[in-house]
Design a protein around this ligand. Structure first.
Ligand SMILES: Cc1cc2nc3c(=O)[nH]c(=O)nc-3n(C[C@H](O)[C@H](O)[C@H](O)COP(=O)(O)O)c2cc1C
Length: 321
């Protein structure tokens, strides 16, 4: 698998569906895409070809299927079912902090169960000849020795690439990501380590690589607000396009790829981030919320932007979720 430039779109449940991945792929600069997290119990029992979450969007290559689960056998079977679909790699989610996920012993709760995590990687390796990735976060209390030992255990089982988002579950998004943990992991283990967390502009990406020596960078929220961010990193200059055209293209791709019952929700989830490109984005979002049809909403947003002469903002983006 060729991962150049070493930049990837991080998995974001509800956002990095086919339409959004295709949008980012068209804008360019990315060499790694992830599906939204796929529930191993559902995948292991149902037909993934009929599940829009499991399908690609042609240009979103290489594409990694991200699996969430806690039972090695179920995860193994899920990967076996997905294998004929042509994914380039499989990723095990060991970082999701949501209560609904952790209560099953999935996501970040695996960080407290190194033996189970190892068995999951071992079973995943049996299930496919494709690479197995693990995306994880910091351990409780930022126990760095514990993190290194945990990852070394996964390396022993054959994990091929690690992505670290260096925030603990307790941190939420309240504290900045501790990039020094990415560097520590990079120095201690022999498989590629990608860094993730708080890359919102081209300078951040370069700083992360320089500071951590990571083999690559995954970008999440920053790429939802500015899907052209990868282009800017690769070209080293400001993207020259019009954000309104990006919004309209997203809408067409949503129509192409997303089944009707999903569309409005996916549209609003995207807008909640993307409208930060303009001043008065809260007002624009309210306008969009007032109508059911995403096409009408886009038309009204454009009208507001033109009528009030709202300017795209170029200031750095900071988030509170
Ligand atoms: C809305 C949302 C959904 C997310 N969904 C997933 C997910 O499905 N799988 C995953 O591994 N991480 C998920 N994450 C975490 C991101 O992949 C990423 O690790 C985190 O946002 C930090 O990167 P960033 O600062 O570039 O956004 C999600 C984050 C957000 C904000």
């Amino acid at each position: 698998m060729k991962l150049t430039p070493p930049l990837g779109l991080a998995p974001l449940a509800g956002i990095t569906h086919r339409a959004f991945r295709r949008l980012v792929a068209e804008l360019g600069g990315v060499s790694l895409f992830y599906t939204e997290m796929l529930n191993s119990r559902i995948i292991s029992t149902q037909n993934p070809w009929k599940d829009p979450y499991c399908l690609d969007a042609c240009l979103d290559q290489p594409l990694v299927a991200q699996i969430v689960g806690g039972e090695p056998e179920v995860i193994g079977r899920a990967i076996e079912r997905l294998s004929p679909m042509g994914f380039d790699a499989f990723d095990i989610n060991m970082g999701c902090p949501q209560k609904a996920i952790m209560k099953h012993g999935w996501g970040a709760s695996l960080l407290g169960k190194p033996d189970v995590a190892k068995r999951i990687v071992a079973r995943a390796k049996q299930a496919t000849t494709r690479p197995i990735f693990v995306k994880l976060r910091s351990l409780p209390g930022h126990d760095l020795d514990g993190l290194v030992a945990f990852v070394k255990g996964l390396v022993d089982e054959g994990v091929d690439l690690i992505v670290l988002h260096p925030r603990s579950v307790e941190d939420g998004f309240k504290r900045p990501a501790k990039w020094e943990e990415i560097r520590a992991l990079r120095e201690e283990i022999d498989v590629p380590v990608y860094g993730n967390g708080d890359v919102f502009g081209p300078d951040d990406a370069l700083k992360m690589i320089r500071h951590t020596r990571a083999n690559g960078v995954l970008i999440g929220r920053g790429a939802v607000v500015r899907p052209w961010l990868f282009w800017e990193i690769v070209h080293g200059r400001k993207w020259p396009g019009d954000p309104l055209c990006v919004l309209k293209r997203f809408l067409s791709l949503l129509t192409l790829y997303s089944p009707p019952p999903y569309r409005r929700r996916q549209f609003l989830l995207f807008l909640g981030w993307f409208l930060r490109n303009w001043e008065h984005h809260h007002h624009l979002f309210k306008v969009a919320m007032g109508v059911d049809d995403p096409f009408e909403a886009t038309h009204l947003i454009e009208k507001e932007i033109r009528m009030h002469g709202l300017n795209p903002v170029n200031t750095p983006i900071y988030f509170k979720i």
